[in-house]
Design a binder for this molecule. Sequence first.
Ligand SMILES: [Fe+2]
Length: 134
Amino acid sequence: MDSVSWTSRYETGIDAIDRQHRELFKRIDRLTLSIYDGEGKRGLGGMLEYLGTYVIEHFGTEEELLSRHGYPDLEAHKKEHIAFMTRFMEIKRECDDKGPDSYLAIRVGREIEEWWKTHVLDTDMRYVPCLRQA
Ligand SMILES: [Fe+2]
């Protein structure tokens, strides 16, 4: 089953990327559900653990593809990825300091969802013509 928050407008048409994006959206839904179930604390822990590995793999896949196809805005795109990783480290630190709680889970869940939706729709979509051309 697809995730609730995923719709076709997030599709880039590039299989490897869409597969990874879909998986992430599913994880975001899972975090939301855990919050509804009063399990936000556990959900947040799981999400942060997952994201740590995911961002390295996903940003790596994208950057490798973009560099292989000579995407002209690769550097600007990479900067957004780095900005997310920096923010992610801050969130992790906050979570380690305070211990994950439901309020933090709600706030972090919203922030992560917002960032990814904007990034996919704005920044990722810009490379689609370049990759499709190849
Ligand atoms: Fe990206």
